[in-house]
Design a protein around this ligand. Structure first.
Ligand code: MLT
Length: 404
């Protein structure tokens, strides 16, 4: 008789964004006359940049001719893309990362969920609280979490690093030294950032303790402050302790196209083994690579036109962020984020729980956001709005919230 993976039974509820979608769909069906504005999931709304579209078209044409047709992609990704990434995202920023330390994938969500596979089951995992749920849930599935503790509002074996208004939504070193540390900056969900000297302290901490940092840089394109690092490899010693995840979703609108990459420097060695070799082995065994046409589209993001076009889109979203921040502040809400990040984190009014506020917003203003508690116990009493919407709809949503 087959046995199931019982670790899955420790998962709590359904995946956050699936649960929200279910609630919103039920409301929409019951109220077909209402115009619902969705500022919940961080999904982009602007079309792909023209440089990307043009590259997609020519790559599709190549696939239709015998002499330029491509089958399986190289294990770690096409060199034309890995070279463009190494040059633009790292070398130009003074980070010492080579093209062969970059693994192209179908996105940062899969990589952030899969990366834990190369680590032993008995590692202690630390996450920020609130946190992007994928880091926690995939470690639950892998059997690293223990049971859910309702009183603690988290899993027994996971180390939670509270990110609150008192610490500026930045984690502090935990009392128990963890083996694996997940950090995401600019942060999802709070929109907080940390400066380079603070990130350097985390790198020093990881190197001192033999920990590994999994650094999710999916939102780095939204950074405008000079002293906020775009990559952990801007810090000294990061090559010995950090893995970095990147996405083409948020900077270039690839949520529906799917492309991302992971960096594992060859200097990252634990128990005498290069983590690069383990991930390469995993990648080669389980993955046949992002499609050729999508990797060509990714290459186009780094072209001169591509760079100018994605900047324009980012500015568009950041205009939304500024409108939300400003509008809610003026209306007396306590808000943060939204300056170097496309997420706005607000305190729910009148002591409402996150889900109570979600219901109020959905039913009274027909606006969808994300309840902070869905990201962890310390998100209770908070709420996330995304700047990825259409500008006119965002303005309308804020005006409706302000009038509540
Ligand atoms: C979010 O809303 O937190 C993100 O869109 C989720 C993701 O990127 O997978």
């Amino acid at each position: 008789m087959v046995k199931i993976n019982k670790d899955y039974l420790n998962l709590q509820g359904s995946y956050l964004f699936s649960e929200i979608a279910k609630k919103v769909n039920a409301y929409a069906q019951a109220n077909p006359d209402k115009e619902i504005i969705r500022l919940g999931i961080g999904d982009v709304t602007r079309p792909l940049p023209p440089a990307v579209i043009s590259s997609l078209h020519s790559a599709v044409d190549e696939m239709g001719r015998a002499e330029t047709f491509r089958g399986y992609a190289p294990d770690l990704g096409y060199e034309f893309l890995r070279n463009a990434i190494a040059e633009n995202d790292f070398i130009k920023r003074g980070c010492n990362i080579a093209a062969d330390e970059i693994f192209v994938s179908d996105g940062a969500k899969s990589d952030s969920g899969n990366i834990q596979e190369i680590f032993g089951k008995d590692n202690v995992v630390a996450v920020c609280d609130p946190v992007y749920p994928v880091y926690v849930d995939t470690n639950v599935m892998a059997g690293r979490s223990g049971k859910y503790d309702c009183e603690k509002g988290g899993f027994e074996k996971i180390v939670y690093m509270p990110c609150t208004s008192e610490n500026g939504f930045a984690p502090e070193f935990p009392k128990t030294v963890p083996d694996l540390i997940y950090l995401c900056f600019p942060n999802n969900p709070t929109g907080a950032t940390i400066e380079k000297d603070v990130l350097q302290e985390w790198v020093d901490y990881a190197n001192k303790n033999g920990s590994v940092i999994i650094y999710d840089a999916a939102y780095e394109a939204y950074i405008s402050d000079q002293n906020v690092p775009h990559s952990i490899y801007e810090c000294e010693g990061a090559r010995e302790c950090a893995i970095e995840l990147h996405s083409f979703s948020k900077n270039a609108g690839f949520t529906g196209l799917r492309l991302g990459y992971t960096v594992i420097p060859k200097d990252l060695v634990r128990e005498g083994v290069k983590l690069h070799s383990l991930w390469a082995r995993r990648h080669g065994t389980k993955y046949n690579g992002a499609p050729y046409i999508v990797q060509r589209a990714g290459e186009a993001v780094y072209s001169k036109a591509g760079q100018a076009e994605i900047k324009e889109t980012i500015n568009y979203y950041m205009r939304n962020a500024a409108y939300i921040l400003d509008g809610l502040k003026k209306a007396g809400y306590t808000v943060s984020g939204g300056v170097n990040a496309p997420y706005i984190w607000l305190k729910t009014p009148e002591g409402l729980t996150s889900w109570e506020f979600f219901d109020r917003l959905l039913t009274k203003a027909n606006v969808v956001g994300t309840p902070g508690v869905g990201f962890g116990a310390h998100g209770e009493g908070y709420f996330r709005l995304t700047a990825f919407g259409n500008y006119e709809a965002t303005v309308k949503a804020v005006d409706r919230i302000v009038k509540l």
